[in-house]
Each structure stands twice: as C-alpha cells, then as structure tokens.
Design a protein around this ligand. Structure first.
Ligand code: SF4
Length: 967
C-alpha cells in the first residue's frame, strides 16, 4: 500500500475506530490537480487510479492525467480502471465461468498450476435471466415456472455449483431470489468497501468506494446510489476478474441540471423515458452523464435508479447521481447495518464527495437543463426506447407508425390493411395444457381451417379467422391489440412507488368491475421478493391477481424476451394476417422480437400504465379521453378514475421500506431454496467436461494455445457473410430468445437428442459454443441485404470459383448470384475453403444489450473484420476482445453508396505490426466484373492495449499468456 503524494489518511469509522483511505483532498493539496472541481464520477474513478497506482498497470502519469481532466479537449488518454467487484447474470455469467474453466484446463495442459486462474476481486452471479413465463394468470404460476426453470437448466446450475466451490471469490445468488441489478441495489452494494491493510505499520483497514462492472448493460442502475459502474462484455469482465484494469477512453461528462419536482400523476418511469429521449438527442454515447441540482437532490434513490438503469437506452456509459443523505437513507431503509451507514457517510464526507453539487460547482463538458415539472405521462415505442409518446398522443402515434415505412421504424402497412380483425379462442386457465407438458395459459386446439370456414362465415372481412367452436372465451384481435402485458424489469420493479401505483390502480379497477380480456397474457415478475412482501402486506396483490397479474417469477422474464409462448391460435392469427400486435411492459428495451418473436409493436411504460393498457386491451387508444372500459354500473370508466394520487402512494410507501424485511429476505439463500440444494454438483479445481452435454462444452478458444502471440497481417480475399442496415442489435447478431427447430442450432440440438420442448433459449445455452455459433445471426428478424426481402439468418454463398468475373451457376455473361443458405452453413463452407469473411453494416452496429457471444460467435464463424458506419461502445470493444477487427466507414460512405451487394471480395490493406489506434486503413473492394475500388476506413481499435489484445487474438489469450508467463 503506497502513500503517493502523501494521500494515505485516516477517517472515523461507524464504530468509532479509525480507517485508512487515499484522500482526494490531499491529492489536490499536493498540487497534482484541481480535484475538487472535477465531476463526482470522475473523482470516484480517480480514487481507484490513485489507490491502484503501482507503476505497472497504473502509472503516476495516469493519476496526474485524470486529476487534470478538462471539460473539453480531444480525448486520447485511456484510463486503467481497477474495479472493486464484479456482478454477473446467468446468461453472461455461465459462459464467463465456462471460459475460466477452459483457461484452467488450458493451464493444466501446459503443465502449470490451474489455480493461477482465480478471480482477484469478489464476483457475484445472480441467476435471473433463465425463468420463462410458461405459466401465467394463475395462483400456481410461480411454482410451475420455477419447476420448469430448474428442469430446463439443471446442467447449467450444476456447473455453477461447481464454480462456487472451485473459485474462492465466486458467489451465486440462486434462482428465485431476484434480478441482478435490483439485488445489487437492495443487497450486494455496500457503498464503501474495505480490505485489510497489507502493511504491518498500518493496522487499520483501507477503505475505498464501491465500484464495479457487470456483464449486463443495465449495471448502470447502481449509479442511482452514487456507485460508479457500467456494463462490459463478458470478455472484459473476465480480464477485470483476472487483475487487468478495465480500460476506457477518458470520457466527456455531460451534466444534467435537474430543477423542480414531478407533478401529480407523473411517475419515475415517465421521467426516465423523458430523460432517455432528451439524452439520445443530445448524443451522449460513450460519455458519462451526471445529474445535479436541487431537482436531483429531491429525488429518492429508487427514482434515481430508474433513470440510471436506462443509461444504455440514452447511450451513456453511466447515468450517475452523486452521493448524499438520500443514499444513506436508502441504505438504512434496505437493512444495511448502522455501522456501515455511518462509515459510508464519514468516508464520503472525508473525501469531499458528500452532497449533490449545485449549478456552478462543477464545470461539465456540456450542461443540459430539465425542469421535472415539465414531465408528462409517457410511453415509448413501438420499436425504440427513445421514441417517447405523450400518453394522449398514443392512438395517433400508433396509427402513424402503422403506415410509416419500415426503414423509418414503422410497419409499412397500406391503409386498406389496417382494419383486419381475427377471432381467437382463449380462456384463462380453462383447461390443463393439452399439447405441451409445460403448457401456458391454455387455448383449445383449433379445428382445421376448412372445418372452421364451413361452420363460421367471416363476420367482418373476408380476411378474418373464423371463430372457433371450442370452449373458452372468444376474442377479437387486430392491429394494436395488447397480447402481452408485463409488469417486469428491474428498471421499475425496484421502485416501490410505481409498483404500489400499479396495485392501487388494479384495486380501483376491480372495484369498478373491470377485468382483463384473457387474450392478454398478463404477468408480474419483480426483481426482488421484497416487492411481494409489500404487495401482500398492503393487500394489493389480491387485486393484481384478479386482473391476471399473478406472480410468475423473480427474474427478468418478459424484459429479456422470456415471455413464454402465446396460444397457438393467437400465433396462427398473427402470422396469417401479419398482425401488428402489441406488448406493454415496464421494461427498457423494445426492438422487434425482443419481447416476443410474434409481437411487433412494443411499448415501454410504468407499471400502472401496463395495468391500464391491459384493461383497455389495445394501444390505439387515447387514455386521457377514451374510456378504459365499462364499470359494473354500466358507466364508462376512465384512466383518471383509476389513477392513484401521490398521497395514496406515499401513505403506503412506509410499508415498502422496512429494513428487517430486507434483512430477512436477503440472507441464507440456500436454506430458502430447497430445489437449489437438491442439485448435485461436481468438485475439484478442473471441470470434468462432458461431451454429451448440450449446455456446457469446452470452447475452442484455447484449443491450439501457444505462448507466442501471432502477427498482425493484412486480410486478403475476404468474402461477405452479410450486409446489414442501421441499428443491428446484439440480439440480431446473437439472439437470446427461442431456438427454431429448422435453424442450424435447432437441427444440432435434435441431432443430439434434445426435443423441441427442451430447446430452452439461446441465452441459456451460452455455455455451449456449438449452439451459439450456429445461432449467430440467426435472429428471425435480422435482414441480410444480400438476400433482399428475406428475414432470418440466411446469406448467399460464393464458392472460390465465384471470384470476380467467374460465373459458377449463372448462364454465361450473367452475374453470379451465389447459393442461398443459412449463414452458419455458408460460414462453415468458407472455413473449409480457407476464405476469410467480413460483415458490412450501417449505423450503431451492435446496439442493445452487451452480449459477448455476439463477438464470440462472429469470431467462430470466421469473420475477420466488421466494417460499419458506427459501432455501439461495448460491442466494438468485444469485437477487439475476440480478435475481430472493427473498421469504420468515413462519413458519407455506406454499403449503399458503394453499391455493395455481397458479390465483392475484400482486402484490408495497411494492417501490419505498426498498427496504431484509430489508424486509417484501406478497404480494397474487387467487384465481380473485375473492377477495383480503394475505400479509406478508420480502424476502430481505439487504444494501445487493444492493439495488444488484437495481436494476441483477443483478451483471453493475452491474459492467459501473461498469467502463465508469471507462474
Ligand atoms: S430485468 Fe431487464 S434490464 Fe433488468 S437485468 Fe433483466 S434483462 Fe436486464
């Protein structure tokens, strides 16, 4: 432990003893820089840089550079940030553990001690992404979904239990407890951490800020509690675990000055959607956002967390709220010990970091203003979280989206297509499931189409699905029908004010005699059992149950796309008539196929609005004027009749924040989870890979591992695997949702004895590279422009003989069009032929959740470079982390302006051992007619350390070589 710049100082702990810390005020006194004028978020990172300064990974120059951060200047310096801990969710955590296990196997094969692979900082994995809404709208939905989850994921959970015993610092919060970011907020986060002093002459422990990275984009939720942290790819998290700093370019910090307060009837969700829209427009991508001013200070931590959660949606690295008395109140209210709360407050006071800055205190890179009093009830959709719609404009916005071109985020319908109506047969728990052992809210089996037509002539249009004769409730569905209504996502379920509002609205609706049509799949999945505790104690769960919002699980569910199946009759009707059906959810992402593969219009909103739209059953409605339904007294019921007042919500808030409830529910998880205890697990430092497992396989990343790194060389003769438009998401690249039987991954699973019912999702199979490579670019909605008009993971394969001017399968003189086939199949043929591949893309390539398999799968398909107009931050760094070269077109250059159609071959010229960050390279395009064009592109390897990663074939081989060399 060093005392650089005489910064090692003492402060008083919560128990009256003394603790040590590296003092930022002392750093300023030493004349290193104007530290007290820096944004709070920068100061917290600076503390880590100062404390971890060892002259190797972190240098004195790093400390000086950050202490002299300027609001505006060209950003070239990268910051080596060593975080205090790491959080994982199971979708990303399992493959991370697979990689660690594979590294241990590789180390053992090299004849070294496998224990050199060990996380150096605490790692907490919360199992939250696997639960699916197979059962909904019934009292036993929770138990049945949990049973199904354990049955489906047994192999993965066995593997996690092996990891818990194999690694000393790796802990698991088992399934059925909550959602990672809410569990982090309510339990894992301590706010201030300590390590025993390594110096005998310094007996007191060293205290430092709680900082973290997580393998999930919405890790930023913890910024609401004044904790620095953000989402990184699994690959970076692995490097962080193994002692590597997380490197990032020194950021601009955008200050958002909040004034005023929210008005009656406006929720924290409305505010989060407003901030998302505003900051997207302000282009905060890659920047820190820091909220300040009296408006920020007046917001409770739970509201701050809702806003911070959506940082990935507004594009910022963080949406940070500084530390103040509200944070201490929250820690206390959620059961953290009095001693910790006092230590926390004393520590940040000693650092000069306690209290939210006022206007003028700090010079930010850019300042924005938001008066909270101007925020109005809002939703966002139908495809992007930043497309906010004021509630009264919902009907018009939906109708406009229906006819807007698909390229402009519309649905491209013609006017005459807008009024198709289909009838389906549904019943809430009317029958036990018929076709599936794990059925959903059940619907009758439809008779054949011709039988139905004979019996039921179409009543509205010739295009209608005739009504069924089966038992159950007949419902009409059409464009804009709400088919999924989900109170879901840590974004909102961590906020008691909106959850209580949903319960109060449900109560008033039930009292007025309203109900939800059973065609709407309703669900409630909080991110913590605390929510159930207060909804039960206030009696509000009973009313939610009556509307079908029964508890379905404690996990991500609909927010991550685990919405479970819709009734077959509903799916058929949607598909047959190409209906633009809707979901309403309190989540944060809504791009097509995220929520459910068959639901095209997805609207984000507060939990009470989810209940309201479920009652209305449609989204083409103006809830400020149109009745939501008809009460039992025969009179129309309006939203304003049901909306709870602030006072009603506040009266119940005390019930929500009871420290002893948090303490009781967040302890001894194993004892509270017998199913978890029943899972047997293997022991030992090395994992015994089972070649028959379809969930866990040793990945090929270290198969031919050598201690010598490769050389950076030009790429020659590459073929195009795909050409994409704008906003291709990581979910398009590596879907998390269901696996189609006819897809390469589905076929592989069937060949390996897995029935379609047990396919589970791509997300749950990320421990098996065989499934994931086949699933890369396999999203049913991805559009490869090489195959116009076709959705799904297909491409055109051009064999070696289809080189420029050749004509393998077309008549002489006609261009070679290639053979259409699944992307995976084409990639394997290219691999056999030794042909490297490129992917061409538009703006914001890799947007959406951080997903390391989007980069891993790209690598394993044989893609050597992705050339895009722009990249999402994490995905770009993940590509480098997997040894794939990200290249960026210059402004104004696109696949369209270059008239690329996939028939070309590419050389990447200028790539050699002297490569520099952000260097210009040349993309040499050879067309089918023999024409050649040289296009300048920018290499998006952004930092010197990334050059090393790229040269080593990725972060993992780089770290492994370092660790083995030291052993
Ligand atoms: S609930 Fe949604 S935002 Fe939260 S961790 Fe799960 S998927 Fe991510």
């Amino acid at each position: 432990m060093h005392n650089l710049f005489n910064t090692l100082q003492k402060f008083e702990l919560g128990d009256g003893r003394q603790g040590s810390f590296h003092s930022l005020p002392a750093l300023e006194e030493a004349g290193v820089g104007p530290v007290s004028q820096l944004p709070v978020s920068i100061r917290l990172v600076l503390e880590s840089v100062l404390r971890n300064c060892d002259g190797k990974k972190v240098s004195e120059q790093n400390v000086r550079a950050l202490a002299n951060w300027k609001p505006t200047e060209t950003r070239t310096e990268e910051i080596p940030f060593i975080v205090a801990r790491i959080v994982l969710q199971d979708f990303t955590g399992v493959p991370l553990l697979v990689d660690l296990a594979a590294m241990r196997s590789a180390v053992q094969r090299l004849g070294k001690n496998p224990k050199i692979i060990e996380p150096l900082v605490p790692v907490d994995l919360v199992v939250d992404h696997s639960v699916q809404v197979d059962f909904a709208g019934s009292a036993d939905a929770l138990q049945k979904n949990l049973e199904m989850e354990f049955r489906r994921n047994r192999q993965r959970y066995q593997f996690l239990k092996w990891g818990m015993q194999a690694f000393d610092t790796f802990k698991v919060v088992p399934p059925g407890i909550g959602i990672v970011h809410q569990v982090n907020l309510e339990y894992l986060a301590k706010g201030v951490l300590s390590s025993p002093s390594p110096n005998a002459d310094l007996p007191s422990a060293i205290f430092y800020p709680d900082t973290l990275v997580g393998t999930d984009s919405h890790t930023t939720m913890i910024n609401g509690l004044g904790i620095v942290g953000w989402g990184v790819g699994g690959i970076e998290a692995e490097a962080g675990m193994l002692g590597q700093p997380v490197y990032f370019l020194t950021p601009d910090v955008v200050g958002v000055h909040l004034t005023g307060g929210l008005r009656e009837g406006v929720t924290a969700t409305d505010l989060a959607l407003t901030v998302t829209e505003m900051l997207r427009k302000a282009k905060v991508v890659g920047k820190f956002v820091e909220f300040f001013g009296l408006g920020a200070a007046a917001l409770p931590v739970v509201d701050r967390a809702t806003i911070a959660n959506m940082a990935p949606e507004y594009g910022a690295t963080m949406g940070f709220f500084p530390i103040d008395a509200e944070c201490v109140n929250y820690l206390r209210a959620t059961g953290r010990s009095e001693e910790l709360c006092l230590t926390y407050e004393n520590y940040y006071r000693a650092q000069g970091l306690f209290g939210i800055p006022k206007k003028g205190d700090i010079a930010y890179s850019q300042e924005l203003e938001l008066n909270l009093g101007t925020v109005v009830p809002s939703v966002a959709g139908p495809k992007r979280p930043q497309d906010r719609i004021e509630l009264p404009k919902m009907r018009d916005a939906f109708m406009k989206a229906m006819t807007r071109p698909v390229m402009d985020n519309g649905f491209g319908k013609r006017l005459e297509e807008l009024y198709v109506t289909a009838r389906v047969n549904t019943a809430r728990e009317a029958h036990p499931p018929i076709n599936h052992s794990y059925g959903h809210r059940k619907l009758g089996v439809e008779p054949s189409e011709s039988e139905m037509r004979d019996q039921h002539p179409a009543p509205h249009t010739s295009e209608q699905v005739p009504p069924s004769t089966f038992r159950g409730v007949q419902s009409e569905i059409r464009h804009g029908s709400v088919l999924i209504a989900a109170i879901t996502s840590c974004t909102n379920t961590s906020n008691p004010s909106v959850m209580l509002a949903a319960g109060l609205l449900a109560k008033k609706a039930v009292e007025r005699g309203l109900s939800v049509n059973p065609v709407v799949k309703t669900s409630l999945a909080p991110g913590s059992r605390v929510v159930s505790d207060y909804l039960d104690r206030t009696g509000l769960q009973l009313y939610l149950d009556q509307l079908g919002f029964n508890l379905v699980g404690y996990g991500c569910t609909t927010c991550i796309g685990n919405s479970g199946p819709l009734p077959a009759t509903v799916e058929d009707a949607i598909s047959k008539y190409d209906l633009v059906a809707a979901s309403v959810l309190s989540g944060n992402r809504n791009f097509e196929a995220r929520v459910h593969q068959s639901i095209k219009a997805n609207f984000l909103m507060s939990p009470p609005l989810v209940v309201a739209f479920a009652l209305a059953g449609r989204v083409d409605i103006d809830l400020s004027r149109d009745p939501i339904g008809t009460g039992k007294d025969g009179r129309p019921v309006y939203l304003r009749d049901l909306w709870p007042s602030l006072r009603e919500i506040r009266d119940l808030m005390q019930t929500a924040l009871q420290p002893e409830v948090y303490r009781r529910l967040f302890k001894d998880f194993a004892a509270q989870n017998p199913r978890w205890n029943e899972i047997p697990s293997s022991t030992g430092n090395i994992y015994g890979w089972d070649r028959r497992s379809t969930y866990i396989q040793e990945p090929p990343f270290f198969e031919k591992f050598q201690m010598q790194a490769g050389e950076i060389r030009e790429i020659k003769g590459a073929r195009t695997l795909a050409i994409f438009g704008d906003s291709v998401t990581t979910d398009h690249i590596s879907p998390a949702g269901s696996i189609k039987k006819t897809s390469p991954a589905g076929k592989y699973l069937i060949e390996n004895g897995v029935t379609a019912e047990d396919f589970n999702s791509y997300g749950s199979r990320r421990g098996n590279d065989r499934v994931m490579t086949r699933g890369t670019f396999a999203n049913v909605r991805v559009k490869n422009l090489m195959v116009p008009g076709v959705e799904g993971g297909v491409t055109r394969f051009f064999g070696r003989d289809a080189a420029p001017s050749a004509s393998a399968d077309g008549p002489a003189g006609r261009p070679h069009l290639g053979e259409q086939m699944p992307i995976y199949d084409a990639a394997m043929k290219y691999r056999t032929a030794g042909v490297p591949l490129v992917v061409i893309a538009g703006q914001e390539y890799g947007t959406g959740s951080s997903r390391d398999w989007a980069a891993k799968g790209t690598n394993l398909l044989g893609v050597k470079a992705v050339v895009a107009q722009s990249f999402e931050r994490i995905h770009r760094s993940n590509l480098v982390g997997m040894g794939v070269l990200p290249l960026q077109f210059k402004e104004g250059t696109t696949a369209q302006s270059l008239q690329l159609d996939g028939t070309e071959t590419y050389d990447i010229v200028g790539l050699d051992a002297n490569l520099k960050p952000q260097q210009d390279l040349t993309l040499k395009i050879t067309r089918q007619d023999g024409g050649v064009e040289a296009v300048p592109v920018r290499c998006r390897i952004d930092t010197p350390i990334e050059i090393d990663y790229y040269q080593h074939g990725g972060i993992l081989p780089y770290v492994l070589r370092q660790l083995v060399a030291r052993a």
